[in-house]
Design a protein around this ligand. Structure first.
Ligand code: UDX
Length: 490
């Protein structure tokens, strides 16, 4: 089928490329001329595993790029809307880009087409889309509108698309149903998975993708409710982590115990510094706003958001209790992206924490495998340096090392080396990437989430480590290093 994607951001570009991969003729459209020029030159504007390879495979054959909405719509049988739906000041989704695109599509429609909303939108947006298309001159019988929400996670978006848990197709008429079935047929029939050069998928893949066929409003609700449920799972475990820490339990073991119940499952139960990213914060707030519009106070979601915010301030308290005062301290920070495997720093809890540390007078030396330049573009301050090229570089001479993003490479550090490089043996892990034993065996004091602080054998209490909680004394320095006093804040 001939398909146009209006909006070549994260969702648009990944989806367009994957539909080309399964055999369709696709045009990925954007009004950002520079982005389209980059794509035309073979560049990939986002860091996403496998995306570059697939673009390279199909560019100029089944995958094309354009800035011309009218021409692309005219050439296509189906048009996906994949523009941004940012959060407005009141917490609702701002649908102005969707509306603007709909009016441009309306003026270009020359024969019957399927218009698919794939951007995350509030329930009943399909109705508004239909009205906008008609108001802008599209004859009523010249289009069908359907909802086909995406469930792509950054970092694994390509395999998420090609090996989905489910494809949600929200269609209100026969034309939409058969067009959506045709688009996804290579996945639902299993044909794609028998190709030799397919993108490899999970080992337990059942062989065919499942399509959930429903009406447009239900599809729209599925998207917001799914993201809200996942965010609720994270806030729930973060709330449990507070109790776990207070009573001296181990949240990782609590999670393993909860998650092994089939009805709950182990995913999205990692306690940490809270969720971030371009979807969860915006979508949970938008879903809350939609509920209010329809007369329901979804206070459960208010609590999910509150716990998420609190988790960051709790982490700051933890850092303060580890290093006492922050003014003048040099802190090594590992991770700036909102999660591991991506360069995206939008709504990153790591950046929020870096900002708060700097506000309290700390000097931050940060390292992220890919997100440093994006972080620097979002937050510049003379107290933050993004220049380090490795975790060991930020550890060197720091008063403490903080893990803020769950990058795989941060879970595999040479802790003895870190111990030697740090000025004081303080390791604050906001993502629970280590077991307390691993860290304390290397001679580091370990602060993590939902577990009490853990001390190395040779240190029975933080006071023995050289630090007095009521006065300025010293921390035992790394072997062979001079013993400096912790500076007092003014
Ligand atoms: C999310 C949804 O998963 C995806 O289906 C949707 O389409 C877009 O939003 P994404 O934003 O890429 O995807 O990130 P995700 O992997 O879901 O993680 C979101 C946030 O939750 C990250 O900040 C992550 O660090 C955090 N998280 C995730 C936890 O704190 N604990 C967990 O157990 C899982």
């Amino acid at each position: 089928m001939k398909i146009a994607f209006i909006g070549s951001g994260y969702v648009g570009l990944v989806s367009a490329t994957c539909l080309a991969e399964i055999g369709h003729e696709v045009i990925s459209v954007d009004n950002d001329h520079e982005k389209i020029a980059t794509l035309e030159r073979g560049g990939v504007p986002i860091h996403e595993h496998l995306l570059g390879q697939l673009i390279n495979r199909h560019h100029g054959k089944r995958l094309h790029f354009s800035t011309d909405v009218r021409d692309s719509v005219r050439k296509s049988d189906a048009v996906f809307i994949t523009v941004g739906t940012p959060q407005s000041e009141t917490g609702e989704a701002d649908l102005s880009f969707v509306e603007a695109v709909a009016s441009r599509i309306a003026s270009a429609i020359d024969r019957k087409k399927l218009i698919v909303e794939k951007s995350t939108v509030p329930v009943r947006t399909c109705d508004s889309l239909r009205k906008t298309l008609v108001l802008n001159g599209a004859p009523r019988d010249s289009f069908s509108v359907a909802s086909n929400p995406e469930f792509l996670r950054e970092g694994t978006a390509v395999t998420d698309f090609l090996y989905p848990d489910r494809i949600v197709a929200g269609a209100d008429d026969e034309f939409s149903v058969s067009a959506l079935q045709e688009i996804y047929a290579p996945l639902t029939s299993g044909d794609y998975y028998s190709l030799k050069d397919r993108v490899p998928g999970p080992s337990n893949w059942p062989g065919k993708a499942q399509m959930i066929l429903t009406n447009a409003k239900s599809a729209e609700l599925i998207k917001h409710a799914s993201n809200s449920f996942l965010a609720m799972k994270i806030s729930f475990i973060n709330a449990v982590s507070r109790i776990s820490e207070a009573v001296g339990a181990d949240i990782s073991e609590v999670c393993a115990g909860i998650g092994s119940d089939n009805r709950i499952g182990p995913k999205f139960l990692n306690a940490g510094i809270g969720y971030g990213g371009s979807c969860f914060p915006k979508d949970i707030s938008a879903f809350h706003a939609v509920a209010s519009q329809y007369g329901y106070d979804f206070s459960l979601l208010s609590e999910v958001m509150r716990i998420n915010e609190e988790q960051r301030s709790q982490f700051l308290c933890k850092v303060r209790s580890a290093v006492w005062t922050l003014r003048g301290k040099r802190l090594g920070v590992l991770g700036l992206a909102f999660k591991g495997g991506t360069e995206d720093v939008r709504e990153s809890p790591a950046i929020a924490i870096v900002k708060a540390l700097v506000k309290e007078g700390a000097q931050v030396h940060a390292y992220d495998p890919v997100a440093s330049s994006k972080a620097a573009a979002q937050f510049t301050d003379p107290s933050v340096s993004y220049e380090a090229m490795s975790p060991y570089e930020v550890a060197e001479g720091s008063d403490a090392l903080l893990i803020l993003t769950e990058w795989k490479e941060f879970a595999d550090l040479d802790l003895s080396r870190i111990r030697k490089l740090l000025k004081y043996p303080i390791f604050v892990d906001g993502r629970n990437l280590y077991s307390p034993k691993q860290v304390t065996d290397a001679g580091l004091v370990y602060y993590s989430i939902g577990r009490p602080p853990a001390l190395p054998k040779e240190i029975d209490s933080p006071i023995e480590a050289g630090r007095e909680l009521s006065d300025s004394v010293t921390f035992v320095p790394s072997a062979g290093r001079k013993t400096p006093a912790i500076e007092q804040s003014a």
